[in-house]
Design a protein around this ligand. Structure first.
Ligand code: PEP
Ligand code: MG
Length: 565
């Protein structure tokens, strides 16, 4: 028996036979041409046909897998029309006289290699999408047919990587699991396989070779392990695990539509953190009460310039519509630190302390202005809340409010409808914001604690430096006390507070946050139901005592984190 370990892309246990899939390589030669105008026409023709194909796929898959999941084809449509992609291709043809297929191949490789260097895993995973779009274009330029994906029944599809449009074309009655050598858990293929409930493992490495084609195997999608030629003991163990996991998921799913309420009757909202439209499927599937954090920066990381008002408006509007009246908190661009677009060229001496978030927007007001316009225009399509990151002073909020008023005046004069009651909130992620939380609470409708940065700035620990992991105590009493202080301040003014940093998802602290009367926890959509189960199992008989025991109030010794010994 061979045991290969990767990362779980989608849960589930499957017994089957390995079918190794090799994508036919497209034959693209680096070729100069005598008539670039003709090549340009070939490219435009291929682009038009690809566009129609993607529109049709979108329409078809909306019916098959639902509007949220079919969005991938909408995204491919946007990539196909992407200004930079198009102009790179056109200039390679017209200025350098290369053939149309080579120009597409060259431009997509360039963009893919740039995306591949981005730190953000989600963005890196978009390389698969640009390659997918490019293959489609080249197929139409070369006038070749789509590779058939025929597998015998009960196949465990293994391959180097899988593109989203390949994943969607798989015959799900035959392909029972997907295992890839490369790929990431946030790639669209992984996302689609989760959506379609096909167990999957990514990152198995080159140990997974086509020599295994036809071998018996078991996929443990929960643990990210592939067993090849499994022995009888492993078979029995996996059968038992499958039954057990099935029972657990059944129980979790029964929690949809239920309240996030403790045995003693304390209730809390459970919202989802998302990066964009593509995550919306998880939000509805897992019954999130709202969106607690839409990291809007994903919009500019995807583009080669700041996204224009229309693209932003489209995204915010779609999210609001899909949430059907539930609260959607959009955080204005939190750029800087590790989230720098390519066109932000200035090197920072110390990015964590540098030109970040709202400061960038104050320096370049047109960025925030177009975002606020897009947000207010979208506000009539649902229940929008706007959140400003990295606030350290009430004056900053007053300045944002002035900018909002200007946007209102413009929209009024243009006769565009918007909602003036959109809630305005801030991230509490600096010690300064905690210390001034009383003054800040007067200015806004809500607080949302960003524990990832609050830990970084209060414990003086660079959140990206893995050497410091040992010293990073997210549940450091100082951090817990700061959250309590912010909660008390905002509640004094009858306003509410959420937590959207990673600490919100730590089940060891759910009880503590409830005892602090935190109103909302926002976590990754996939763990909402587990959090709901946790909340429903708690019984907070004495909140005050619990806070004392946790060291949040008075007793420090009781919950002191032991760094040494
Ligand atoms: C945080 O700082 O906790 C947070 C939610 O924001 P980000 O991780 O995007 O900085
Ligand atoms: Mg932050």
């Amino acid at each position: 028996m061979e045991r290969l370990r990767g990362r779980s892309a989608s849960g589930g246990i499957v017994f089957g036979k390995i079918a190794f899939y090799h994508r036919d390589d497209q034959d693209v030669k680096k070729r100069k041409v005598g008539n670039p105008e003709l090549e340009l026409q070939r490219y435009h023709y291929a682009k038009e046909v690809s566009g129609r194909e993607l529109d049709d796929l979108y329409e078809r898959e909306v019916k098959n897998i639902g509007v949220d999941h079919a969005d991938i084809f909408m995204i491919h449509r946007l990539l196909l029309d992407d200004d930079r992609f198009v102009s790179d291709i056109e200039s390679t043809i017209m200025k350098e006289n290369y053939s149309a297929d080579y120009a597409v191949h060259f431009a997509s490789n360039k963009i893919a290699s740039e995306l591949g260097r981005v730190e953000d895993e989600y963005m890196r995973a978009r390389t698969a999408d640009i390659k997918d779009v490019s293959r489609r274009l080249i197929r139409h330029i070369q006038n070749t047919t789509e590779q058939e994906l025929v597998f015998r029944s009960n196949s465990i599809l293994c391959c180097f990587d899988l593109e989203p449009s390949e994943t969607i074309r798989l015959d799900k009655s035959k392909v029972k699991a997907i295992c890839t050598c490369y790929g990431s858990t946030t790639s669209h293929s992984s996302i689609i396989s989760r959506t379609l409930n096909i167990p999957g493992i990514v990152g198995l490495g080159r140990a997974l070779t086509e020599d295994y084609d036809g071998h018996e195997a078991i996929v443990d999608g929960y643990a990210g392990v592939l067993y090849i030629d499994p022995d009888p003991v492993t078979r029995r163990r996996m059968l038992e695990k499958r039954e057990e996991e099935g029972r657990k998921r059944e129980l979790l799913l029964r929690l949809r539509g239920r309240r996030n309420i403790t045995l003693d009757g304390s209730e809390i909202e459970l919202y989802a953190n998302i990066n964009g439209l593509i995550d919306m499927k998880y939000v509805t599937e897992n019954d999130a009460g709202g969106i607690g954090l839409l990291r809007s920066e994903f919009l500019y990381l995807q583009n080669d310039d700041y996204p224009d008002e229309e693209l932003q408006f489209f995204t915010y509007r779609r999210v609001l519509e899909l949430m059907e009246g539930k609260r959607v908190i959009v955080r204005t661009f939190d750029m800087g630190l590790d989230k720098n677009p390519d066109y932000e060229v200035e090197e920072e001496l110390n990015p964590a302390m540098g030109m970040r978030s709202i400061r960038v927007c104050f320096e370049n007001p047109e960025i925030l202005h177009s975002q606020l316009r897009a947000l207010y225009r979208a506000s009539v399509y649902g229940r929008l809340a706007i959140m400003i990151p990295m606030i350290v002073d009430p004056e900053e909020i007053q300045h944002v409010k002035r900018m909002i008023r200007k946007v209102w005046d413009e929209l009024d004069s243009e006769g565009i409808k918007y909602d003036q009651n959109v809630e305005l909130g801030i991230m509490i992620e600096t010690p300064a914001a905690v210390m001034l939380s009383d003054e800040l609470a007067r200015e806004v409708d809500f607080f949302n604690v960003g524990t990832n940065d609050l830990e970084q700035y209060s414990l003086a620990i660079d959140r990206h430096d893995s050497r410091l992991e040992r010293f990073c105590r997210p549940h450091h009493i100082a951090v817990l006390r700061m959250i309590k202080m912010a909660a008390d301040s905002v509640h004094r003014y009858g306003k509410w507070i959420g937590i959207c940093g990673e600490l919100a998802a730590n089940p060891d602290f759910t009880e503590t946050f409830l005892a602090m009367d935190v109103d909302m926890l926002s976590v990754s959509p996939m763990i909402i139901l587990q959090m709901r189960r946790r909340i429903r199992s708690l019984n907070l008989t004495d909140k005050e005592q619990l806070l004392v025991d946790m060291g949040v109030v008075r007793s420090y010794e009781k919950n002191k984190y032991k760094l040494f010994g």
